[in-house]
Write a new protein. Sequence first.
Length: 106
Amino acid sequence: MTKYFLDPQGIATGRMAGKPGMSHIEIAKLVLSANGRFAPLASNTDLYDQMFKLGYARVAEDGQNVWVDAVKPLTRAQKNYLEDQHYHHKKTVILNDKRFIEARKK
């Protein structure tokens, strides 16, 4: 499973698959610290909320599917990225799947 965020311009953060400590939380910490927004004691929920406020969508993919957790409506650029995943990479895009959203809340 590859995990990353998709920014409002449709650019995926560095894809980090299977490396210890490189979960969505670790990626969010890197992105937010680069933007001067990361508070070291922030909870996981706070980190996700900050990423969503900046317009990022949380994404996980495998060989067949792309799961997308988007609190805000996707931008045209984000939609284009996901359409590319569907049409050119033959992946099923699953938007706001209940189980994927629940995994963020654990």
